[in-house]
Design a protein. Structure first.
Length: 308
């Protein structure tokens, strides 16, 4: 593939940052990759993995020659990163991020962005429950959506360049306003994680069922929740704190619907239960048809079988 940028700076080199680095290298999308992360230990590991061409713990130093800057840190840290890099950005550079919440990231980063720099926030809808530079891999973004939330007045040419970049990583690109993004993600991603953290926490707290029973007899339902509930605590703490309004709105709806389900179970209303379970099954089919999951009988277990 053709080179798209002379220099790309990656601030944060965990699951997402390192997957982007691997893709850029694999596809030859940049003349040079600069890797920056706050800790010496992660930087050293990134270097061992050969993720970049230059390595630094200073994000200010990392961005000075960059045409594209990609910030991949927990959303709560995006404001301090923006403040650090602001004065060192090259005129005409594109600055983007991958944070799971958008309105808060924009509120934190945009005030620091100097004139002449194109700030175009983004969010690849792709991930796993693992974190750190070892967790990244080529193919993470393949066939997945990347949502860009450009502020009004964003330069069309800069937007087009970023879009082409994500397409080169295998993604399909959409644009949304940040508030709408936050609502959509609250229901498709944030709420499922909160429910998973809650159900696994409840099982852990149960007195009538011992912890060893929870682990020993973990049926597929519980097991799938534990995968989500094993996600990075820092990332998910920040998501909850930075998409508070949309999450609380969806949680209120969820609680109402749960009460409806509870009532149907209490009164033995089989028709209501059957209707709901039929409707939800159709949603699963639509997701498979849209290519966002496979129709294999299970997930997780295949990887376990391969490991054996
Ligand atoms: P990760 O694997 O935990 O890596 C986090 C990176 O950010 C590391 O380089 C870490 O540096 C750095 N970092 C952590 N705290 C920081 C702070 N306070 N200040 C500056 N740097 C800090 O995380 P990730 O999964 O790649 O997630 C990165 C971003 O992508 C998050 O905003 C997340 O919401 C978003 N995202 C995640 C997923 C997912 O499934 N994981 C999917 C889509 C988007 P050190 O290791 O040097 O401390």
């Amino acid at each position: 593939m053709a080179k798209q940028f002379e220099t790309i700076a990656l601030i944060g080199i965990g699951l997402i940052g390192s997957s982007i680095a691997r893709e850029i290298r694999h596809k030859g999308l940049a003349g040079s990759i600069v890797v920056s992360t706050r800790s010496e230990a992660t930087l050293k590991r990134a270097e061992e993995l050969g993720l970049g061409d230059r390595y630094t713990t200073s994000s200010a130093d990392a961005v000075k020659d960059a045409d594209l800057v990609i910030v991949s840190v927990p959303v709560g840290a995006s404001g301090s990163v923006a403040a650090e890099i602001a004065a060192h950005l090259k005129s005409g550079a594109i600055v983007t991020d991958v944070g799971s919440t958008k309105a808060s990231v924009i509120a934190q980063m945009k005030p620091h962005m100097p004139d002449g720099v194109h700030f175009i926030p983004g969010h690849p809808i792709a991930g796993t429950e693992y974190s750190g530079p070892d967790a990244g891999f080529i193919g993470l973004f393949q066939g997945r959506w990347c949502i860009l939330t450009p502020p009004p007045g964003t330069d069309d040419a800069a937007k087009a360049k970023l879009r082409v970049f994500w397409e080169a990583l295998g993604s399909m690109v959409d644009e949304m306003d940040p508030e709408h993004h936050d609502k959509v993600l609250a229901i498709v991603s944030h709420l499922p994680h909160i429910i998973a953290y809650n159900i696994v926490g409840t099982a852990d707290d149960l007195e009538a069922v011992t912890e060893s029973e929870v682990i020993k007899y973990s049926a597929s339902g519980f097991r799938d929740f534990t995968r989500l509930a094993a996600s990075d605590p820092t990332m998910w703490r920040d998501v909850c704190l930075h998409n508070k309004d949309a999450i609380l709105e969806m949680l209120a709806r969820f609680s109402e619907d749960l009460a409806y389900l509870q009532r149907a179970i209490r009164w033995g209303d089989g028709d209501k239960l059957f209707d709901l379970f039929t409707r939800t099954r159709a949603i699963r089919r639509s997701i498979v048809q849209a290519g966002q999951d496979t129709d294999k009988a299970d997930f997780g277990r295949h990887a376990m079988e391969e490991k054996k």
